[in-house]
Design a protein around this ligand. Structure first.
Ligand code: XLS
Ligand code: CA
Ligand code: CA
Length: 439
């Protein structure tokens, strides 16, 4: 098999002083941080759709990047070439995992049975490569938003026939995920939302989405899938209003419909900011509910109101992300999927590598700095002390659930006027973060 990314070497760690564009400056896979090698803290994954498929096409113009890899597109030969390219790419970068939609892997056929045949064929080929290169599947999913049949959603479609098509795609995507040993299965509700309530029965649609997820869980468990199912929240785009608006909404939905034992959250950075939250907020909401599953590690542009899926470079963000991950005990089945694409004018093979070097270094540095914040300890101990009034006396009684409203009212009356709470010291804490980041 001939090399595709010719002239691009295996990417190695050279340290922060290196000026080699094809070297890591911070990602040193075996370096131990808080007792574990970086590689284990940072299970990086390649998103098949962006990296092997997307060409930079937008509504104003054609793609700029050539992802034909030298053969005719939309053929099975092309599907196999993408596999060759993907494994060479991951191998050169030391990326251990990948994520895929069913239709990223093969050109979708006119019938489900033919599409499924193609999926069988390509997954056989992928499986061999995975063994050869030692690569793994972080998560699989089905594309239930691209085909025109999903114009009104999949689980939320008004058409029962479309619901069945979605079920068929999910079944096959689960088959392939299990066949390839995948650790996760994602539901991103691309078109599970609505444009107007004038034609929408919201309760009916939510019940159907939950029913589809229950069917997926039952089937997945029956074929031996013991990983995590994920909901990936997003507030809008493509639908005006999507049901999985944000992490809190998705968790409420999972609990209401009895799906919370099987599902966790896949938090995407760009979706968090689209929902009007910080990335860190979304991670924390997932973490305190025991549902921080996996992360789509990209970055949005706060000046733009859409999903720009940029490679992450903001160290403040990656630091806070890794702080949340470390405090939550690290990843179990999840990881850091670069659901990110090169900017349209960055269209060469070299740019694909630069993007991953940028993202992997940004997360490596974020990990180093998050560990330093934890080791420094000032922020954590500040937060603990801030709630000290609940450690004894009336506060401890409140926490233990032993107080009554009458008792608290009496206590307050006796007190007369409470002292002001202690200062939040936000600026002082921000300066600690800066001093850790830039020392
Ligand atoms: C789109 C989503 C999508 C999911 C997988 O905005 O990020 O790519 O991650 O379907
Ligand atoms: Ca995503
Ligand atoms: Ca996205």
């Amino acid at each position: 098999m001939s090399e595709i990314f010719t002239g691009i070497p295996k990417i190695k760690y050279e340290g922060p002083k290196s000026r080699n564009p094809f070297a890591f400056k911070y990602y040193d896979a075996e370096k131990i941080i808080l007792g574990k090698p970086m590689r284990e803290h940072l299970p990086f994954a390649m998103a098949w759709w962006h990296n092997m498929c997307a060409t930079g096409i937008d509504m104003f113009g054609k793609g700029t990047a050539d992802k034909s890899f030298g053969v005719e597109k939309d053929t099975m030969e092309h599907a196999r070439k993408k596999v060759d390219a993907a494994f060479e790419f991951m191998d050169k970068l030391g990326v251990e995992y990948f994520c895929f939609h069913d239709v990223d892997l093969i050109p979708e056929a006119d019938s489900i049975s033919e599409t499924n045949k193609r999926l069988d064929e390509i997954s056989d080929y992928i499986k061999v490569k995975m063994e050869q290169y030692g690569k793994k599947v972080l998560w699989g999913t089905a594309n239930l938003f691209g085909n025109p049949r999903y114009m009104n959603g999949a689980g939320s479609s008004n058409s029962a026939d479309v619901f069945c098509f979605a079920a068929a795609q999910i079944k096959k995507a689960l088959d392939i995920t299990v066949k390839l040993g995948g650790r996760g299965y994602v539901f991103w509700g691309g078109r599970e939302g609505y444009e107007t309530l004038l034609n929408t029965d919201m309760k009916f649609e939510l019940e159907n989405i939950a029913a589809l997820m229950h069917l997926a869980v039952d089937y997945g468990r029956s074929i031996g899938f013991d990983g995590d199912f994920y909901i990936e929240p997003k507030p809008k785009e493509p639908m005006k209003h999507q049901y999985d608006y944000d992490t809190a909404t998705a968790i409420g939905f999972l609990k209401q419909y009895g799906l919370d034992r099987d599902f966790k959250i896949n938090v995407e950075a760009n979706h968090a900011t689209l929902a009007g939250h910080t990335f860190r907020h979304e991670l924390r909401v997932a973490a305190i509910n025991g549902m921080l599953g996996s992360i789509d590690a990209n970055q949005g542009d706060l000046l733009l109101g859409w999903d720009t899926d940029e490679f992450p470079f903001d160290i403040y963000e990656t630091t806070m992300c890794m702080y949340e991950v470390l405090m939550a005990g690290g990843f179990k089945n999840g990881g850091l999927n670069f659901d990110a694409k090169n900017r349209r004018p960055s269209y060469t093979y070299e740019d694909m590598f630069h993007a991953f070097i940028l993202g992997m270094d940004a997360y490596a540095l974020g990990l180093i700095k998050a560990a330093a914040i934890i080791e420094d300890g000032r922020i954590d101990s500040f937060i603990n002390e801030r709630y000290a009034s609940y450690e004894s006396g009336i506060g401890a009684k409140i926490r233990a659930g032993e107080a009554t409203l009458e008792e608290l009212s009496e206590y307050a009356e006796k007190l007369g006027k409470p002292a002001l709470p202690s200062s939040g010291r936000q600026e002082y804490l921000e300066s600690i973060v800066n001093s850790v980041l830039f020392s």
